[in-house]
Design a protein around this ligand. Sequence first.
Ligand code: SF4
Length: 548
Amino acid sequence: MVPPQTSPRAKQRRGEGQWALGYREPLNPNERSKKDDNPLNVRARIENIYAHGGFDSIDPADLRGRFRWYGLYTQRKPGIDGGRTATLEPEELDDEYFMMRVRSDGGALTTHQLKVLGEISQTYARDTADITDRQNIQYHWIRIEDVPTIWQRLEAVGLTTMEACGDSPRVILGSPVAGISEDEVVDGQPAIDTILERYIGDPRFSNLPRKFKTAISGLQDVAHEIHDVAFVGVHHPEHGPGFDLWVGGGLSTNPMLGKRLGAWVPLDEVPDVWEAVISVFRDYGYRRLRHRARIKFLVADWGPEKFRQVVEDEYLKRKMIDGPAPEVLDQQLDHIGVHKQKDGLHYVGAAPVAGRVSGSILVEVAKAAERAGSRRVRFTPQQKIIVLDVAEAEVPALKSDLAKLGLQVDPSPWRRGIMACTGIEFCKLAIVETKARALDLVTQLEANLKDIVDGVTAPITVHINGCPNSCARIQTADIGLKGQIVTDDQGNQVEGFQVHLGGGLGLDAGFGRKLRGHKVTADELPEYVERVVRNFVAQRETDERFAQ
Ligand code: SF4
């Protein structure tokens, strides 16, 4: 019999680069770079050296590594087709311009902040702005020379790009209707605010094995099942409202649903428990192989019981309270439309196509919201925008103002359910175009499916990714489309998609079935989706969801 300590699996575990097991020497170049210099230090070099010396003065280790800790990625050089993505060196794909992400945790912004975000885009980002599915704004065409000024303008209104990307605690998802919803168990925004204040920019948590995504919501509206850590609103029969703790969810090429730890966390203890979970990840997370470095692999190996025990014994130094699972919802909340708030005012959710807006649109939305008496907006995890605190009498004018900006409050199911990642327009990993494809798809479905639109009672979600990563969460969509090069009828290599069908969150949480060998070319896509939707509507039973 092979002794356990010499089995191949045990050997592999010993070599996973876990700090808590004594592996402090970097086992790959990413770990080396983070150890050589804390990535947060790159800000000073951007301000003092690179912004003056220009793109060519940037150290490659900063350019392709540490810049991410401030929300900066180089964007893709225009004109390189997707078939060449995997064959070129990083420097051949790098443009001299940057994508920049700005944190807006919980998607929460004042109208003044929204206006400033828009104006920065108009001045420095060629009027680009995409609402991402992490409830923040992503700019394109940013020059390194302008970055310090952009930071100054953001920070003057309380915004930052710190740890918007990188192996760090990324932007925290929160309910877009936190504090105003009639249905939420508890308002999670105070916990988000405390985590930001205490831990973002804290060097103790700026060198994680990989990215760390958090979701906190008193409603089930933030895709909690696919987060590294999530706090989900639940009523405890004895202790009242609080949160159910989940860990280890994530998508990309090894998708896994998060696991409940069976612990109930009151609102004021969320930041401490969050610190304990992220500390376990920092200390025990796998650092040898990048593709195994997310917390989901540790949770899968340990199981929820051991994970909870380590959180309690080594970090919290106390036991957590056992708690019930939240009731599972049979609908996915996207907050589109006009809804009553608990204070009697209304919130108005509107749909751009796949999050694509512009700086000018953001400025005009801020003005329209203010005309309607609002001072608050929120972005949603579905790439949508909500105006809060609107008196009933102001709703019609606001709807009309938003519609003029291309933001529909009563969108078709296709406009409402579509999401798309950045894609080949700007992303260096992309193989296919996504945003323009999404707009084209919505336009064609709206024109061709008029006859069945009344029969579609719930949104049908279509998510489009430009590569095998899952920035647009394709595995959780009714129709998930993963960009790749496919062969068309004439034998040509063209842009297309691998199809996943029937994914979902909530009641039917599960990943869409990858239809092996089932690929469509980009040109065939509208017709294909139309066919799938028609078949579904014709065959479904009353109120059946796509995933059932
Ligand atoms: Fe880029 Fe791929 Fe993510 Fe799309 S899914 S943004 S193409 S890495």
